[in-house]
Each structure stands twice: as C-alpha cells, then as structure tokens.
Design a protein around this ligand. Structure first.
Ligand SMILES: N[C@@H](CCC(=O)N[C@@H](CS)C(=O)NCC(=O)O)C(=O)O
Length: 240
C-alpha cells in the first residue's frame, strides 16, 4: 500500500504537473511507520530538502518475506527510488544528499563533517537504545499496541542512569550556533531531535534546568516546519 504524497514542493526547477506528466520521474517512497525515529529522521530530511515522497506504512514487527528481500535485517526505513532500494536511515540520508544537494545537510568542512557523522551515530545507537526499547516501547507500544503492562523499573533505569551521561555530553558539545556540528543545522541535529520525539511521546522530556542548552536546541529543531508537521501527525495518531 502506498500512502499519500508528502512534501508539497516539487524538486527545484520542476512543477507538480511536470512530475505527473513525466514517465521518467517517479516519486520516492519511504517504507516504514511514522513513530519510528529512523523513519522520522528520513522524513524530516526529505522535508528540509522539500522533496516530495510517498509513505508506505510497513510495520517493523513480523515483516513479510517480500520486505526481507528488500532489507534482510527486516528493519525500517527502506527507501525506494524507482528500481533502486536503499536501506538504513543513515545510508538513505547520505544518498538523498547526493540526489538533492541543496540545502546542504552535511557540513563541508572536514572536521565539522566528521562531527556531524559522529553525532548521528551517537543518536542512532546510544540515544536510540535508551529511548526506543526502554522508554517508548514500555510506555507507549506495550500498553497501547501489545497489550502488555509498562515495566516502570526499566523506564526509570533508562531515565536515571542511561540518558544523563549522554545528555551531559551533548550539553557540553553545543555552542552558540544553530547546529551542533560546525554551527549550521545538519543531519546531526535531525538525528538527535528525532530520538527525543519518542521520549516526548512517552511523556518525558529533557530537564531544562539540568541541560538548558540541549533542551533549547532540541525545542528549536522540533519547531522547524519539517519536524512540526511530523510531530503533529504522530500526536494525532497516538493521541498524545
Ligand atoms: N540503523 C537502522 C535502524 C533502524 C531500526 O532499528 N528500525 C527499527 C524501527 S525504529 C526496526 O525496524 N526494528 C525492527 C527490528 O529490529 O526487527 C537505521 O538507521 O535505519
């Protein structure tokens, strides 16, 4: 099933009617559901680039054999671009950056570029591991979708022990610029902010007294139109 198109603005230099008329240009399709931080990362990236796409809502639990042919790991997101299939949010974003270089979402200066990739990695691994299976799964997915009670001990351990050192580190890395890597908004900010959306869905937030820069930074990213639209869509569905 293919969802409705997202991202109302066609790629630069192309009008919507040209896209409809052209046999050569096919709409990109993101496979995955909107509550996934990795799907959201790709969708926010596409929205920042103003690239239209369709969403095919593949749920990542018990995926079909057909889906596993696209991604043997069975994970979302997967991007389809005509006959091409690209797996993994980091790989997808790197691919999209090459397809649609403007506005640049990776710094060009080598050290800033390395830092952007590092923050993306940190968010995709450690932040995700603390928030996804321990807070979001427990507070949102288990009671609402899997008929299981929340294990608050698991949530508390993640909130009290796992997240604080990560937030301490990120707080220390933030400067005065709009973005954490090289001062300009980049993939690093998208990768961090998308994980925090799942924390918010689970009715938790970054303590602004303890981590003022990080709380301000993430709030500013969530206020961008790219994120705001996705957050509103998800809240409407999750009822949060
Ligand atoms: N490194 C991957 C992680 C993707 C990922 O873990 N997706 C989760 C949903 S948030 C998933 O598909 N989980 C299903 C599974 O692990 O079988 C990426 O960046 O795309």
């Amino acid at each position: 099933m293919i969802g409705r198109p997202h991202g109302s603005v066609p790629p630069r230099g192309l009008q919507a009617e040209h896209i409809r008329d052209s046999k050569e240009i096919e709409m990109l399709t993101v496979l995955g559901v909107n509550a996934s931080p990795f799907v959201r990362k790709v969708r926010a990236f596409l929205a920042e680039k103003q690239v239209p796409y369709a969403l095919d809502p593949v749920i990542p639990f018990g995926v079909s054999a057909e889906f596993k042919k696209l991604n043997p790991l069975g994970k979302i997101p997967v991007l389809r671009d005509g006959d091409a299939t690209v797996c993994d949010s980091s790989v997808i974003c790197a691919y999209l950056e090459r397809l649609h270089p403007e506005p640049a979402l990776y710094p060009s200066e080598p050290y800033a570029y390395a830092r952007a990739l590092w923050f993306e990695e940190l968010a995709d691994t450690a932040l995700s591991a603390a928030i996804g299976p321990k807070i979001f799964l427990q507070r949102v997915l288990n009671p609402r979708f899997f008929g299981k009670p929340t294990d608050e001990a698991v949530v508390r351990a993640a909130l009290d022990e796992e997240l604080p050192p990560l937030f301490d580190y990120l707080e220390g890395q933030l400067g005065d610029g709009e973005g954490i890597a090289g001062g300009r908004f980049s993939i690093a900010d998208i990768a961090i902010a998308t994980q925090i959306v799942n924390l918010h869905h689970a009715r938790e937030s970054i303590d602004a007294q303890r981590w003022p820069k990080l709380a301000r930074h993430v709030a500013a990213v969530h206020e961008r139109p790219s994120f705001r639209a996705l957050i509103e869509e998800e809240r409407a569905q999750l009822g949060g």
